[in-house]
Structures are given as structure tokens and as C-alpha cells.
Design a binder for this molecule. Structure first.
Ligand SMILES: [Zn+2]
Length: 165
């Protein structure tokens, strides 16, 4: 099991090698490959330039379900203004905001993946999220995140639970 976390938002980053690898398919932001134990980050530099930083372990196959979910999740953090100075401060000051921001970004990512690839594809991404994320450092656990995404899509009418016979 890999103990990586999705998207811890930094105020500053240590100097390390960074490679531009393209643009994400959701926000159209630069995607930068760099070694990150957190997995991926919705990063805003001091000049206010947004980008997505992602660990090579997640990016190894650009087209996997989980890579796409991760990119959509980081895009959502930017869209929801979690990567602004205010968003990052809220997260630092109020411990419960980390969980709220992660759930909200997962919810938007779930909608983006559902719309772009369908719900079967989304379920593949959620399998990895549910299995491989124990939930540490104030982050919700993988299974809590999966339940949140499913509820979010049910509420939006995008995901209809299958009826039992
Ligand atoms: Zn996140």
C-alpha cells in the first residue's frame, strides 16, 4: 500500500527537479512532474500562477483512471479557490477545512470524470482511491472519500444506485 496523499497544498516548495509534461484536460493548467510524497498538489506560486504538481508514481501512465481522477481533483482545488492564499490559510487555521476541501474537490472531480469518461471509468478510479488511501494528517480516509463522491453524484442525478432484484 502506498501511503501517498492527494494534494497537500504547500505555501512553499523545496527546490527539486521539476519537468513540464503537458496540460491537464480539465482546467488546461501546466502539469509539472516532480517528486512529491503527497502525490499531487494544486500549486499557486508567489506570482499567482496556478499549476498542478504531480509525483512520477501517479503520472507513470498518463491515461490511467486514477491519474485522470487526480488531475481533475487538483483542477477542482484551483476552481474552488482552495489554492489561493485565503484557501490555504483557512486550511491551516481550521483543521476541519482540510476534510471539507478534499471532499469538495473529490466531488467536482467525480463529476468531471463521470462527464468525460462515464461512471464505469469513475468506479475504476475510486477503487484505487478507496483501497490505497488510509487517511492521515487530517485527510479523510479512502473509503470515506469514495462514499462522499458517490453521494455527491447521486445528489447531482449523475449516478443511480443499481436496484437489487
Ligand atoms: Zn486534494
Amino acid at each position: 500500500m502506498r501511503g501517498i496523499l492527494l494534494c497537500f497544498i504547500f505555501l512553499s516548495l523545496p527546490a527539486q527537479s521539476q519537468n513540464f509534461v503537458g496540460f491537464d484536460g480539465y482546467c488546461g493548467l501546466p502539469v509539472i512532474e516532480t517528486s512529491l510524497k503527497q502525490g499531487a498538489i494544486a500549486y499557486m506560486d508567489l506570482q499567482g500562477n496556478p499549476s498542478i504538481l504531480i509525483d512520477p508514481g501517479i503520472l507513470r501512465d498518463w491515461n490511467t483512471e486514477f491519474t485522470n481522477f487526480t488531475l481533475a481533483h487538483e483542477c477542482a482545488h484551483h476552481q474552488l479557490e482552495h489554492s489561493t492564499v485565503e484557501g490555504r490559510l483557512e486550511r491551516l487555521v481550521y483543521p476541519t477545512v482540510t476534510v471539507e476541501q478534499e471532499f469538495d474537490a473529490d466531488c467536482e472531480a467525480g463529476k468531471l470524470i463521470s462527464a468525460n469518461f462515464g461512471n464505469d471509468y469513475l468506479r475504476q478510479a475510486l477503487r484505487k482511491l478507496g483501497r490505497d488511501f488510509p487517511g492521515t494528517n487530517g485527510y479523510p480516509s479512502g473509503h470515506e472519500r469514495v462514499k462522499n463522491v458517490v453521494r455527491c453524484l447521486v445528489d447531482a442525478g449523475l449516478f443511480v444506485p443499481k436496484r437489487r432484484r
